[in-house]
Design a protein around this ligand. Structure first.
Ligand code: ZN
Length: 242
């Protein structure tokens, strides 16, 4: 995954000159998240993305959700960066995932009511909205012993519910361009990572996943064939291999 990340970074900077969606958030040196981020990267190296989302033994769930939110947010930024120069006000006047799903932007502050904006505007507003939360230490604590807010999980769910729409838009509106750029495998890999995380922690309701449900089913079936069934219940008392 580290290789994938740098391949995408390079391709992306070449594609748009690095003007727009560069992942901006990194784990601060010495922060409590940095160690877990390294653990996450090591697990990704196994190639089995289903395992890469599982909570490492003995780790705190909220810490893990925080670390993975940052990493998966960065992947969304990279994925959108692949097509950002082709996603314009003209080509994409609405934020949509196919013709059946349209999204309006509302943040309760600048956009008090859901407002129709173009896809590039929606993604810009969305990324800034997520970034602002990631940068707020009362929401994503950095210092040791600072508690997570009580609504942390709900906040994370909300972030993933909205970030999912970027994948929806890219798959429906820019898939051909992605194939042309030979980024198809990268896109699938990033989406699978994102989706397994959502499924592992039930972060997004099924109805929100509808636009990409056929693709999700297909990817899950491929991985089931490759790695064995995902949800095989563990027998009580059977030691876990992972
Ligand atoms: Zn677009």
């Amino acid at each position: 995954m580290a290789q994938l990340f740098s391949a995408l970074s390079n391709a992306w900077s070449n594609a748009d000159g690095g003007k727009t969606f560069r992942p901006r958030y990194s784990h601060k040196p010495g922060s409590r998240q940095l160690r877990l981020h390294h653990t996450a990267e090591r697990t990704l190296g196994s190639g089995n993305l289903r395992m890469a989302v599982a909570l490492p033994e003995g780790e705190d769930l909220n810490e893990w959700l925080a670390v993975k939110t940052v990493d998966l947010f960065n992947e969304v930024a990279l994925v959108y960066g692949m097509v950002s120069e082709f996603c314009t006000e003209h080509s994409c006047p609405k934020m949509c995932a196919g013709s059946r799903f349209e999204y309006k932007w509302g943040d309760g502050v600048t956009y008090k009511t859901p407002t129709e904006v173009s896809a590039p505007k929606y993604v810009e507003l969305l990324m800034a909205w997520v970034q602002k939360q990631l940068d707020d230490p009362t929401l994503f604590p950095v210092e040791p012993h600072v508690p997570f807010p009580p609504n942390f999980r709900e906040m994370v769910s909300n972030i993933f519910r909205r970030l999912f729409r970027v994948y929806g838009h890219v798959f429906y509106s820019h898939r051909e361009r992605v194939i042309e750029l030979t980024f198809d495998a990268h896109l699938h890999s990033c989406f699978k990572h994102f989706m397994y995380f959502i499924l592992e922690y039930s972060l997004v309701r099924a109805e929100e996943l509808q636009p990409l449900q056929p693709l999700i089913d297909k990817l899950l079936a491929e991985d089931d064939a490759k790695w064995g069934p995902r949800s095989a219940p563990k027998q009580p008392g059977t030691p876990s291999a992972t």
